[in-house]
Ligand binder design. Structure first.
Ligand code: ATP
Ligand code: MG
Length: 175
């Protein structure tokens, strides 16, 4: 399906904004302590039309967003970027969490791999999220990788093939 990726990514992030607000409102109403963090969007103005399976790609991005949320510190910002090169669109999700040691950067995409069992156990999860993301993204011709600095945060990148010449959406106006 040919998708306007800016709208698609905005839609996903709108849903996370609502989830965050909902969780925080609920915790506040219950008088429970809660983590404050927010999502920031830095998107290209250009409309990027990309051929994807939207449901599967949503799952792939959700997994990465859920990790960014899980590992964000109180007061943290999750920065989501969208850009393009000639042949790829590139989105990135940056958190200000505890980061990932260099030796683990490749392994986090392996099934069931979790950095430092003690810290991961506390956070919960199965260690499958990123392996599913990688499978989905590569099945759609893309790549996923991560860059991180310990105690500073992590950035997960997704690239997807895209044809800059592709025209989409404006067919009514083309005559
Ligand atoms: P699941 O996603 O199945 O609930 P999980 O989050 O532990 O469990 P993955 O999403 O596959 O599994 O991530 C694998 C491991 O990579 C995590 O356990 C964690 O150690 C590390 N990791 C992933 N994302 C981040 C991040 N944003 N910051 C720090 N560590 C991360
Ligand atoms: Mg996960």
């Amino acid at each position: 399906e040919l998708v306007n990726f800016n709208e698609f990514f905005n839609f996903i992030l709108d849903r996370f904004d609502m989830l965050i607000k909902n969780d925080q409102d609920k915790a506040q109403a219950a008088g429970k302590p809660f983590k404050k963090y927010s999502i920031k969007r830095v998107f290209t103005q250009k409309d990027l039309w990309v051929e994807i399976d939207p449901d599967k790609m949503t799952q792939a991005i959700d997994n990465i967003m859920n990790n960014a949320i899980k590992y964000s510190p109180n007061g943290g910002t999750i920065t989501c970027r969208l850009n393009d090169t000639q042949r790829y669109i590139i989105l990135s999700i940056t958190d200000q969490g505890l980061g990932i040691p260099r030796k683990d950067l490749k392994k986090v995409f392996d099934r069931f791999y979790r950095v430092d069992k003690a810290r991961s156990r506390k956070q919960g999860g199965t260690g499958l999220g990123l392996s599913i993301s990688k499978e989905v993204i590569e099945a759609q011709g893309g790549h996923v990788w991560v860059n991180s600095m310990e105690n500073r945060g992590s950035t997960f990148y997704i690239s997807l093939p895209y044809d800059a010449k592709e025209v989409g959406g404006d067919w009514d106006e083309a005559y």
